[in-house]
Design a protein around this ligand. Structure first.
Ligand code: URA
Length: 214
């Protein structure tokens, strides 16, 4: 959106007055919400090189007052094209596992550690994660979820600082910022290793029980 200077606004108002308008209905002036502002800021981001090859930034999807915040890794090919997280095969698997755990998808906000697709779906680098992290922190502060689910090693690295360790750490309650966070396997891993699906469903059931007990 274009920003007008105070002088320019006064010129426009004077012009309207000259044309015969004597009132401005302030309720007609659309102000963007903090969420829209953050989304727009991300859309214009050039803080790391990922912007050069992206089709779309991927902000996230779901209600901004969701109880559960799910954090994945980074947009893949389909997500980059559509500008929405988890719309490919891993997304279908995630929806399926949430439903098997009794969690309604409409109650969950889903986003990623980085908001642009790393070329060839490689892991985002620590530099890219660091540059994108303020956006995720702002999202968490807006959503204020009751619990966070970290999908896979990249999301777990927000806490551990290392892109490894999910097998040992999954299912444990950790803290990220001041929020309870449960890491579990990434759904893309489950697509390749369907035998571990019940482990993720168990971790998600733990998330549901935690909310129920709150
Ligand atoms: N994998 C992720 O981590 N995030 C997506 O949005 C899609 C696939």
């Amino acid at each position: 959106m274009e920003n007008y200077s105070k002088d320019k606004i006064i010129d426009i108002l004077n012009l309207l007055k000259y044309m015969g308008f004597d009132k401005v209905d302030a309720s007609l002036i659309k102000k963007s919400s903090p969420v829209e502002e953050l989304e727009n800021e991300i859309r214009k981001c050039t803080k790391c090189d990922l912007y050069k090859e992206r089709t779309n930034t991927v902000f996230g999807k779901g209600p901004i007052d969701a109880d559960i915040l799910i954090i994945g890794e980074a947009p893949g090919r389909e997500e980059d094209i559509q500008g929405t997280p988890f719309v490919g095969a891993a997304g279908k698997k995630l929806d399926e596992m949430l439903s098997k755990a009794g969690i309604e998808i409409s109650k969950v906000f889903i986003t990623n550690v980085v908001k642009c697709r790393p070329p060839g779906n490689r892991n985002p680098s620590s530099y890219e994660i660091m540059k994108c992290n303020p956006y995720l922190i702002k999202q968490i502060q807006m959503i204020r979820p009751k619990i966070i689910v970290l999908l896979g090693n990249v999301a777990l690295s927000l806490i551990s600082g290392e892109i490894s360790g999910i097998t040992k750490t999954r299912g444990k309650k950790l803290m990220y910022m001041s929020y309870t966070a449960i890491p579990t396997f990434h759904p893309a891993y489950i697509v390749r290793n369907p035998g571990s699906e019940k482990i993720v469903i168990g971790d998600l059931k733990q998330v549901k029980e935690y909310l129920f007990a709150k």
